[in-house]
Design a protein around this ligand. Structure first.
Ligand code: TYD
Ligand code: MG
Length: 464
């Protein structure tokens, strides 16, 4: 294609087309072709190539390799360290992404300040002015000699300042704002993002500097810019949560230095983010008493049991096909459980709308939440209540059988700690727990037929 002509470039795979098309013929994504200017093909400059080895590497047996020792440092937030796998690894590259206004810059400024106590931190902002950043820093009460701020978007200018300052940690807020003037496309375009990321990563890997990139999200909620960005970094973290609610959750989508199961929970306050080391207490704080359609649940988020509440509102439908909405639990899993309850217990869900919600924006994608979901549904449709001090754990099969779940002892400990007196668990799990000392009563469940017996009429519980 001739250089300087207007063309359309796919934002997912960089496919170029002379005319606009709704669907990218190369990767099949919809609405991703964006207007751009065609450029002469330039070879990748060797200084920005990210390579392993010197070009004369030899193969070696695994037995002969040395075990690396990752040097980690604490970021000042245990919740963030946990998601990283136990702290920030020296020389690692992290991509933190999330919706605008969720608190990425706030979190990173707080982290920078904690890290700056022992390390030299360079915070590069291409989004806000010095004045705005100073105001925020004052609000967060952060500062220090080793926390340096640079407001700049030109990649070469950033790199020369980086070399002068020689930081241990570099934060780029955000990778979509940096640009190389040699490339004609706008900041945030695929070529610019890739150029910026490659330049910073190769420099940082050489010096052993840790880098944290802030990444914007696209319309669909994925990280905008090239997919290769996710391949280039060591960890991809997502910062999520409802902007109108104060809790925020960080999850790892990829982590070369730890597990991707762990989550970190934060709360946005007037003076920045504070970590919530005990999310279950917060999630269960305002539970409604003596109302139908609720059941407490315990799911594992990585190595940590988290308690929340599942709610089901079941009401007579006025539509030809009943409505189903699921918030926090998988829609298809909910439909499956409704079908099982309809078939096995003969409950008429087909005449009712069902709206389900998990408190606190927690996402429950673990089958161990099935039993609590079923209890909330049955309670919702029968208008009988699940006792407030009862919690349910267990997977449900299509025949209505209740199947064993993992980490049962760990879960029970946490459930007891939060004051529940009765715990419904799968029958198979109870065998192992016979000799256990604990103050909650464990009730083994073989199939969903048995759950009807735990429900009580609304009034009866009120009188207790
Ligand atoms: P910000 O960190 O700028 O979000 P992002 O970088 O992800 O776009 O800030 C997010 C929001 O948080 C902003 O709307 C204001 C609010 N906020 C607080 O509630 N308390 C605070 O102490 C700060 C600094 C921000
Ligand atoms: Mg920001």
């Amino acid at each position: 294609m001739k250089a300087g002509k207007t063309i359309y470039i796919c934002s997912e795979c960089e496919y170029q087309s002379a005319k606009w098309q709704g669907k990218c013929p190369s990767c099949g994504s919809w609405n991703t072709l964006e207007e751009g200017i065609s450029q002469p093909k330039t070879p990748v400059s060797p200084k920005h190539v990210n390579t392993l080895g010197s070009g004369r590497s030899r193969a070696a047996a695994f037995d002969e390799l040395d075990l690396p020792e990752y040097m980690r440092c604490n970021t000042g937030f245990d919740e963030f360290d946990r998601v990283l796998g136990g702290g920030l690894v020296h020389g690692s590259v992290i991509l933190l992404s999330g919706e605008p206004g969720i608190g990425k810059s706030t979190l990173l400024m707080q982290i920078s300040s904690a890290l700056a106590e022992t390390k030299r931190v360079l915070y590069i902002s291409g989004e806000e002015s010095r004045g705005q950043l100073k105001l925020r820093a004052r609000r967060l009460g952060i500062g220090g000699k080793n926390l340096l701020l640079l407001t700049e978007t030109n990649i070469d200018a950033i790199l020369s300042e980086y070399s002068r300052v020689a930081p241990d940690i570099m934060i780029v807020d955000s990778i979509q704002t940096v640009y190389n003037s040699g490339i004609a496309s706008a900041p945030g375009s695929i070529s610019q993002v890739r150029e910026g990321a490659t330049a910073f990563i190769s420099k940082a890997k050489n010096d052993g500097t840790s880098v944290i990139f802030v990444g914007h999200v696209n319309k669909e909620g994925g990280i905008s810019g090239p997919k290769v960005l996710e391949h280039m970094v060591d960890a991809v973290l997502y910062f999520e949560g409802e902007r109108r609610q104060s809790y925020r959750i960080i999850r790892a989508m990829k982590n070369r230095y730890g597990s991707t199961n762990e989550i970190g929970v934060f709360e946005m306050t007037d003076i920045g983010l504070s970590q919530v080391s005990n999310p279950s207490e917060m999630l269960l704080a305002d539970r409604p008493k003596n109302t139908s359609g609720n059941c407490a649940v315990c799911v594992m988020e990585g190595s940590r049991p988290i308690l929340s509440e599942i709610q089901a509102l079941v009401s007579k439908t006025v539509f030809p096909a009943p409505r189903r909405t699921a918030n926090g639990i998988d829609y298809n899993r909910m439909c499956l459980l409704i079908a099982v309850l309809e078939k096995r217990l003969g409950l008429r869900f087909s005449a009712n709308d069902v709206y389900m919600n998990v408190i606190g924006g927690i996402k429950m994608d673990e089958p161990a939440a099935d039993l609590a979901t079923a209890l909330a549904l049955v309670s919702g449709i029968t208008d009988r209540v699940v006792p407030d001090d009862l919690l349910a754990i267990g997977e449900i099969g299509l025949a209505g059988e209740c199947r064993a779940v993992s980490h049962i002892e760990h879960r029970i400990k946490e459930v007891e700690r939060l004051g529940f007196k009765k715990i419904l668990i799968p029958h198979r799990n109870i065998e192992k727990l016979k000799k256990r000392a604990g103050n909650a009563e464990l009730i083994g469940i073989k199939s969903i037929y048995e759950i009807l017996t735990v429900l009580k009429p609304v009034k009866e519980q009120a009188e207790e």
